[in-house]
Design a protein. Structure first.
Length: 342
């Protein structure tokens, strides 16, 4: 059952009231994130991952152009630019960088030792989110294994593509409708299906969907941590569901909490025991305590060097900080997590 305290204000407990109040931006604005570096990447950063002592960022510059940039975390500078991919989603795993391109129908594999492309793997053309773990690389696909569109109509089915990193061979697993993102954890692979408001749970040993979990409308971002699965929702037509994150209990495979955060929650990650959520439209990051679903704080990201609102999107921890891709101002921000209270 969804927590009633988050859906019916009259039933709010004192603790929940404090939790909700802490996520409201006051007239003076929320506290500012301790950003120690802001790195231009010459494009729109769409995804970010840590691996091989580097920060890797997928960069979108156009429908047929883009690439990956490698950042040295010690100097907070871009050291390498690897062209040749649209830069939609990105993951690091099995000693490689994996990049999706939703326009070409390819996943690009990069060797971090040489910073070169070593393989291009054919997948459905509308592949976007990607994650590595459980012995494979997993790709979220809007089209269900078919072409991106049929005429002017986008194919409504979805799938998850499993890539074997030893052979680069693929297997398509049908899931829900318009599959957007994927995450690995708690012995399963989890995929958000935006069009039908579900999350698919896949057993990586059998490559089969073992549960389909109904959540609030328009699930998109997803992460696993703190003993649960967390899902951010894009802006639905129902105002009561806007700016919310769902908590899924993996034992019951049910939605057990709906937590109000900021506007357009997109990126989610477990960082030092808390769930971090980027609120792209608010230029803020909300932190949730998974022990009681309480909002710990909501922190603002200041305007970037181009004087644009940053639009925080994906985030990752490692290499000496928390790294956030800012979709609107074309930068990656490094946050000193040690300067934040637990």
């Amino acid at each position: 059952m969804i927590h009633a305290r988050l859906l019916m204000p009259a039933a709010l407990t004192a603790m929940a009231a404090v939790a909700l109040a802490s996520s409201v931006v006051s007239a003076a604005g929320p506290p500012i994130l301790p950003i120690t570096a802001r790195i231009p990447v010459d494009g729109r950063p769409t995804a970010i991952a840590i691996g091989d002592s580097a920060v890797w960022v997928a960069v979108f510059t156009g429908y047929t152009t883009g690439g990956v940039v490698r950042i040295n975390p010690a100097t907070a500078k871009v050291t390498t630019r690897i062209p040749g991919t649209n830069g939609s989603g990105l993951a690091f795993g099995d000693h490689a960088v994996w990049v999706t391109d939703e326009n070409s129908g390819l996943v690009t594999r990069i060797d971090p030792r040489t910073n070169t492309i070593v393989a291009r793997i054919h997948v459905p053309q509308s592949s976007f989110g990607i994650a590595a773990g459980a012995g494979a690389v997993w790709v979220a696909d809007w089209s269900g294994g078919g072409p991106f569109g049929r005429g002017n109509r986008i194919c409504c089915h979805g799938s998850v593509v499993r890539i074997d990193p030893r052979t680069n061979r693929t297997r398509i697993i049908p899931v829900g409708s318009e599959t957007q993102r994927v995450a690995v954890g708690l012995g399963s692979v989890w995929a958000t299906n935006t069009a039908d408001g579900t999350v698919s749970r896949i057993d990586p040993r059998t490559n089969r969907v073992v549960n389909t979990i109904h959540v609030a409308i328009c699930p998109i971002g997803i992460t696993v941590g703190g003993g649960a699965v967390w899902v951010g929702h894009c802006n639905p037509t129902d105002p009561s569901l806007q700016g919310t994150v769902t908590r899924i209990d993996p034992r019951s495979n049910r939605q057990v909490a709906l937590i109000r955060v900021g506007n357009e929650p997109n990126g989610l990650a477990l960082i030092r025991g808390l769930i971090w959520v980027t609120n792209q439209a608010d230029d803020t990051i909300t932190r949730i305590d998974p022990r009681d679903d309480r909002i710990v704080d909501t922190l603002a990201e200041p305007t970037g060097p181009q004087h644009f609102a940053p639009g925080p999107d994906a985030l990752a921890i490692g290499a000496g900080g928390v790294w956030v891709s800012n979709n609107r101002d074309g930068t990656v921000a490094r946050i000193d997590v040690n300067k934040l209270r637990p």
